[in-house]
Design a binder for this molecule. Structure first.
Ligand SMILES: CSCCC(=O)C(=O)COP(=O)(O)O
Ligand SMILES: [Mg+2]
Length: 235
């Protein structure tokens, strides 16, 4: 049996879409104005605010930048600057215990089992690496960060681009065919398959009440729970 390396998405895969959309996004929306007022001159924050301003044609006031960011949250833009700032804002909520990150019990169980089997577990999410670490660190299933070897975000490129997966595979240092990518989004799986990765569509009833079958799966193996993922592969 050849050990297969895992690469997993978060939202809609290990965790519910609703937690991200109904808890994290509104929290960031509310907290952003105060956060920017308090930390807008910290270089690590300013860098991202300036990146947002640049998309708005250059110089603009922080209030406008905040409005732009709130609009992007409403549109679920996967912009690297937004994701970096969201990660910083969410930290307070986790530390104060305002919320714990949702984690499907089957996902936590499988991740623990795969880790115990010696499989590498890696995360690729649109959320920033800092946000991913908080998410796994303050999960409802406990601190899962010790299970994860590598964290990848959109600094590797967009999740619907094959090149991003080629970069990740190169960073992991394993053949593409030995990496299994788990995601709820078929376009992400298409890109991963184009780069040579093995793929599984995670099609959870809680997140996708209408099951995706036939053409809707784009030919990816489909499961409704991590319990049905078989990451093993004969050598
Ligand atoms: C892990 S941070 C919260 C989730 C988030 O902001 C996001 O955009 C998740 O996207 P994913 O790529 O995990 O579907
Ligand atoms: Mg997802």
């Amino acid at each position: 049996m050849r050990v297969k390396t895992i690469l997993t998405d978060i939202e809609g895969t290990t965790s519910s879409i609703s937690f991200v959309k109904d808890v994290l996004f509104p929290y960031a929306r509310r907290a952003l104005p105060g956060f920017v007022a308090a930390h807008g001159n910290d270089p690590g924050v300013r860098r991202w605010l300036d990146a947002v301003a640049a998309e708005n044609g250059g110089l603009c006031q922080d209030a406008m930048i905040v409005e732009t960011l709130q609009g992007w949250i409403d549109q679920d833009r996967k912009h690297t600057a937004l994701k970096a700032l969201q990660g910083m804002v969410w930290k307070d909520g986790y530390v104060r215990g305002d919320y714990a990150a949702h984690m499907y019990p089957d996902a936590a169980e499988a991740l623990r089992a795969w880790h115990a089997q010696g499989r590498g577990i890696n995360v690729y999410s649109s959320g920033s690496v800092a946000a991913q670490k908080l998410f796994f660190g303050y999960s409802a299933a406990g601190d899962l960060t010790p299970l994860v070897s590598r964290w990848f975000d959109t600094e590797m490129g967009g999740k619907r681009e094959a090149e991003s997966y080629r970069r990740i595979v190169a960073a992991l240092g394993v053949p593409a065919g030995e990496v299994l990518f788990l995601s709820d989004v078929v376009e992400e799986l298409d890109a991963a398959r184009e780069a040579g990765l093995d793929t599984v569509l995670v099609d959870r009833r809680e997140d996708y009440p209408a099951p995706r079958h036939g053409e809707a799966t784009h030919g990816h193996r489909r499961v409704e729970s991590f319990a049905d993922v078989d990451p093993g592969r004969s050598a």
